[in-house]
Structure formats: structure tokens, C-alpha cells
Ligand binder design. Structure first.
Ligand code: CP
Ligand code: NVA
Length: 310
């Protein structure tokens, strides 16, 4: 049992060391095994998670809520109309209030700065459940899934196709820390944030992870053991949908693209999937797809973190 995550927030994977990320994954794997064996235990009895949602969610809401219940705790859903982050009262006051009631706070926000501010002002751990910049919980589940399926992380290559978005940013941070190579294949104009890329490359110096951004699908997929894609228009970008679709169409994850990766490559998608857009039915429903194992691992990975942090 590691204790060095006690009281820690999870705003960005850049804030965790590779050792800490691996320890969370170990903890998550142990929880998953105990659950599979039918064991029930309630280390979070009497503990409460406050969940702030500015955006819709299936996996994030249900995995946190079911996870808290499974381990004896409780989760409170606060939708967009409840708290009205930054409108009804300041973000700082929200953080200070929730810290008096809850043992941990999760927030899904538009502006990344809001989750940074919540973490700065709260006296309990704050978990980023997706911001416009990052999605660290997702990438913990992704790394857990790769480790389960491939037995290791360091030295493997991942290809991410489509948009240099929040998921891509967290993959850059996560891969850098654990020594996985990552090539993003994105159209011109949809490259990842330069600051994120530079920071991740700084982290990658310690692990040898190669982090590349390419406009060439074939180059990204060559030698890839993991192929990942995400929606072309993220939440909040709906009005850009047509323009994004036109730009990203060549980066669709279809059977022809998948054939360019290693023959035993696994397919990841954070979901929700827009079938027929960034991924085809034949790929997401095909034998290489592990997207529902990946979705399940959200619960294990997040609870692996919470059990260490509270
Ligand atoms: N992958 C993910 O975060 O899903 P939701 O948006 O449904 O929570
Ligand atoms: N990039 C997507 C991820 C959804 C889980 C979005 O932000 O909408």
C-alpha cells in the first residue's frame, strides 16, 4: 500500500511520477482481481465524493458513482444547473464549501483553469474528470488496459489518430511518464497544444519515450501495438463538426488503416464513439477492439487512485 498519494489531487498526469502512475495501476489491478473473485470490502465507508459536471457523461459519472458505492462510500451528482461553477459563487468558495462536506471532489469542466483553481482552493483531493485540456482518469484506464493486454508499457508504440485533443494531451503526459512511444497522426491545424507537447517531451527524456506528431497516417501506424482514436469534435466544439469532419476523414480508423499497425495491435477508444466517423463498425466491433474492457477499467483505475488519496 503506497501512502505518498495521501491528500494528492489528480489534475494532470504530469503531476504524478512514473512510479506513482504504476502504483495506481497496481492498486487498480488488485481491486479488479478482488472484485472478480467476489470479495466485498468497504474501505470508503462514510466517505463522500462530490461530482461537479459542466458537461454530459456516461462512463465518468457511472464509474465514479458505482465505484464509490462498491467500496462503501457515497457520491453526490452536481449537474450543470446545480452549482453553476463561477456564476452563482466563485470557484474558490465552491471548493472551500465542498471540502467541508466531501472527502474528495471530482470535476468535469470546460476551462481547465477551473479544475486547477478547485484543486488549489480545496482542502481535499480534486480529480479532473475531463477538462478542455486534459482527461487524466481516461488515460489511467487506458494504460491499465494496455498493461493487461500486452503485459508491459515501456517500449511499446501507440498511434493516436484524429484530433490533438484533451485525450491526446493526457496520452502525451501518461506515455512520457511510463516510457511508451506515442505518435499522434493529426491533420494540419489540429496538432496538440505546444506547451503540453514540450512539457511531455521534457518528461520523456527520463524514460526514453518517443513522442511524435505527424500528418502521415502510415508513419504513425507502423510498428504500433496500440491504436487509439477519439471523436473529431469534442464536447463544446459541436458547431465546428462539419469542418473537423472534412479535415479528419483521412485519419479514420478503418480496417485498411488498422492493417498498417502490428498484426496483434489492440484498438482503444475512450468512448463515446461516433461510428462511421472516426472509427468504423468493423474495427470497433472487431477482434482487436478492447474498448469495453477499457471502459470498465475507468472504475478500477479511479478507485485505485481514490483509495490511495483519501
Ligand atoms: N470516456 C468518457 O469520459 O466517457 P463519458 O464522457 O461518457 O464520461
Ligand atoms: N475528447 C472528448 C472525450 C470524451 C470522453 C471530449 O472532450 O468530448
Amino acid at each position: 500500500m503506497i501512502t505518498f498519494l495521501k491528500g494528492r489531487s489528480l489534475v494532470s498526469l504530469h503531476d504524478l511520477s512514473g512510479e506513482e502512475i504504476n502504483a495506481v495501476l497496481d492498486s487498480a489491478a488488485a481491486l479488479k482481481l478482488r472484485h472478480r473473485q467476489g470479495e466485498q470490502f468497504f474501505p470508503l465507508r462514510g466517505r463522500t465524493l462530490a461530482m461537479i459536471f459542466q458537461k454530459p457523461s456516461l462512463r465518468t459519472r457511472v464509474s465514479f458513482e458505482a465505484g464509490m458505492h462498491r467500496y462503501g462510500g457515497h457520491a453526490i451528482y452536481l449537474g450543470p444547473a446545480d452549482i453553476q461553477l463561477g456564476k452563482r459563487e466563485t470557484t474558490a468558495d465552491i471548493a472551500r464549501n465542498l471540502s467541508r462536506f466531501a472527502d474528495v471532489i471530482m470535476a468535469r469542466v470546460f476551462a481547465h483553469q477551473d479544475v486547477v483553481e478547485l484543486a488549489r482552493q480545496a482542502s481535499v483531493p480534486v480529480i479532473n474528470g475531463l477538462s478542455d485540456l486534459l482527461h487524466p482518469c481516461q488515460v489511467l484506464a487506458d494504460l491499465m488496459t494496455v498493461r493487461e493486454k500486452k503485459g508491459r508499457l515501456a517500449g511499446l508504440k501507440m498511434a493516436f489518430l484524429g484530433d490533438g485533443n484533451n485525450v491526446a494531451h493526457s496520452l502525451l503526459y501518461g506515455c512520457a511518464k511510463v516510457g511508451m512511444h506515442l505518435t499522434l497522426a493529426v491533420p494540419e491545424g489540429y496538432e496538440p497544444d505546444e506547451q503540453v507537447l514540450e512539457t511531455a517531451r521534457g518528461d520523456a527524456r527520463a524514460t526514453g519515450a518517443q513522442l511524435e506528431v505527424s500528418h502521415d497516417l502510415g508513419q504513425a501506424l507502423q510498428g504500433a501495438a496500440v491504436v487509439y482514436t477519439d471523436v473529431w469534435a469534442s464536447m463544446g466544439q459541436e458547431e465546428e463538426k462539419a469542418r473537423r469532419e472534412a479535415a479528419m476523414k483521412p485519419y479514420q480508423l478503418n480496417a485498411r488503416a488498422l492493417a498498417l499497425a502490428l498484426p496483434d495491435a489492440i484498438v482503444l477508444h475512450c468512448l463515446p464513439a461516433h461510428r462511421g466517423e472516426e472509427i468504423t463498425d468493423e474495427v470497433i466491433d472487431g477482434p482487436q477492439s478492447v474498448v469495453f474492457d477499457q471502459a470498465e477499467n475507468r472504475l478500477h483505475a479511479q478507485m485505485g487512485f481514490i483509495l490511495q488519496a483519501v
